[in-house]
Design a protein around this ligand. Sequence first.
Ligand code: GLU
Length: 381
Amino acid sequence: MVALDKTASVINAAGTIVIKIGSSILVDDDSHRVNAAWLAGIADDIAALRADGKNVVVVSSGAIALGSHVLGLGGQTLALEEKQAAAAAGQVVLAHAWSVALAAQKLGTAQILLSPDDTETRRRHLNARATMSTLLSLGAVPVVNENDTVATAEIRFGDNDRLAARVAAMISADLLILLSDVDGLYSSNPRKDTCATHIAEVTTLSDSIMKMAGTANAAYASGGMVTKLEAARIAMSAGCSMVICDGRIERPVAALAGGGRHTVFRPEDSPLTARKRWIGGALTPKGTLQIDSGAEAALRKGRSLLPAGVVAARGKFERGDLIAVENEAGQIIANGLSAYSLADTQIILGHKSREIERLLGYRGRDELVHADDLVMLENSN
Ligand code: GLU
């Protein structure tokens, strides 16, 4: 019963959940087609989470496996360009299958293809984060995959475990569920070692935990435990919990919520604290915004910085860059990510947010620095 309560509480407490689904679960080994019955089950799971008021993002593999069949490439080992061609053909089939399955639950589907630059470069990171949150607020389910058709080996995430963790970090998700072909982490490879014991909970990725995954070349590791632990590191440092559980069953999330066997990785911080730490510990600010006393008072209450409260902007920054916020006395009181470039900031500063569209010719964010992207500095009181 303890296990049931604990698992249910990880899911219950989560406002935003990322679910990662591997090719081996989604694509039928024999027919090389989408396993429609399984997909209908997970769509049911997603609808239940949505009905509970949760945001759900799916990271789905399967493009290459599906596309190889569509293009008649068969089971041979594929060259890079063949894999990319397969991904291009298969992504269409994959996105269609998701949109049909989710439509049966009256949910909209939105396809998002990402490259590492989209999560690593701040400007693109902010864009991808904003798009994702807009889709979620409109009730759609974003279905994410790597942009395999253009990425070459050096600029790939390479596997969807890490991609899913980056996505979870980017959107400040509370929980990442990796639906896998194993029900969690074991002290050693359970397929080889009958004495391997299941690890129910991990709070620190110590050396001894990392060793449990084996080396990247070991058989167990090719099942993906090494990349799963790397995903756990990314998720945990973003304040996101991660669960590894068996996804091969029907309605795997319902089974998990009902106490199904899994490993949970629990971070110390919440996603918001971790994001703020990331911003607070970020590199040198690229510019400075000087604000008036009204804006300073608002910031100290945890509000966002609006253009109306900014009196001057200097430096050289683009949208998404780190900037310092200075009060009237010239004291640096906060760091944050700017939603506008220096050039655009100079045009909109001192103005009401509703004037932004007229001044810039496009409708950007109301906030110059959103509260979630702003960290008050200690000793600034
Ligand atoms: N992006 C690949 C695909 O959709 C899968 C990569 C992975 O599963 O790790 O086929």
